[in-house]
Design a protein around this ligand. Structure first.
Ligand code: FDP
Ligand code: ZN
Length: 298
């Protein structure tokens, strides 16, 4: 079944938005050749932008913001400000991480696009208010995963650029994989204990350096991804709006969870588009463990 057919029970305007991102992802895949170098511009976090990242951002912003008449605002990890379009009444507010894991582009490892979709709630709302979320992986295959609130579904792109259903209603399995971000020497004490407990329990290391790809493997095989708060930056590295919330929404809909280590990420109230958050995302069992360790040490 193709993506369009699969979206037949989704409201037309939301289906159109998801299909527009899918269409952009085909073009982004084609643009890898030739756009791997760095630009001379920086994003709001002071990181030099890779040409592909900037190009993908401009494509997505144009197609979603300028061309669709149902999108009111777009917030992108690569833009300074929230971009405002159209009328007050337009329902959708969208967050974009155009190319997550962009430091891997030059190595030909998998990177991806992450999209969060709010309806009648602005992008500074709690993640649990999202209407839908999706991501695309540019790996050996283009993979698209979306949830419009009910199940989580996975599609693969064929040679003609069309997405076909691979797995429907994905549930995160039990598994013993851990993907730990940050330097071990900077771990805070409870996090250090947590990682040691996973290792003692036989968890295998699988960390690529691309958040969306690392989380996708957990949807396939189970386990936990974490980028914790660490010495020097207790809020961690990953961005609440662009990374943690959409991926947290998807993993939660697949029967997993996403936590700051203290509580549900989807309950966090953002204070600005640039907020960062410590993240533990994956199986419920692993999330319960870090939350218990934190509770017992308070
Ligand atoms: P990148 O800097 O390459 O864009 O938040 C972005 C991110 O990648 C995540 O995709 C990834 O999980 C993390 O940063 C990698 O950080 P480290 O280099 O510290 O491992
Ligand atoms: Zn990212």
């Amino acid at each position: 079944m193709d993506l369009e057919t699969h979206l037949k029970d989704t409201p037309d305007d939301l289906a159109e938005l998801i299909l527009t991102v899918a269409e952009c992802s085909r073009k982004i895949r084609d643009a890898f050749m030739g756009k791997q170098g760095m630009t001379d511009t920086k994003n709001i976090y002071g990181e030099r932008q890779v040409a592909l990242d900037k190009w993908a951002d401009q494509l997505l912003v144009k197609r979603l913001g300028d061309d669709l008449d149902t999108v009111k605002t777009v917030a992108s990890e690569e833009q300074q400000n929230i971009l405002v379009y159209k009328d007050e009444d337009d329902p959708y507010n969208v967050t974009l991480d155009p190319v997550d894991g962009s430091s891997l582009i030059g190595t030909n490892l998998t990177v991806g696009t992450i999209v969060g979709i709010f309806k009648h709630h602005d992008v500074l709302s709690q993640g649990k208010k999202m209407e839908a979320a999706m991501y695309i992986l540019y790996g050996p295959l283009n993979i698209l995963v979306y949830t419009a609130g009910k199940g989580v579904h996975e599609f693969a792109m064929n040679k003609r650029g069309k997405y076909f259903l691979q797995r429907e209603n994905i549930r995160i399995p039990n598994g013993k994989i851990y993907a730990p971000g940050a330097l071990r020497r900077d771990y805070l004490p409870i996090h250090k204990k947590y990682i040691e407990m996973l290792e003692d329990d036989g968890y295998k290391l699988r960390y690529s350096g691309c958040f969306v790809a690392d989380v996708h493997q957990l949807l396939c095989n189970g386990g936990i991804f974490t980028y914790p708060g660490f010495k020097g930056r207790e809020s961690g590295k990953l961005r609440l709006l662009f990374e943690a919330n959409p991926m947290g929404f998807i993993v939660t809909k697949a029967g997993g969870a996403a936590s700051t280590g203290l509580g549900n990420i989807l309950d966090v109230r953002p204070s600005s588009v640039a907020d960062r958050v410590p993240i533990y995302i994956g199986g419920k069992k692993e999330i319960e463990l870090i939350e218990r360790l934190n509770r017992e040490n308070i």
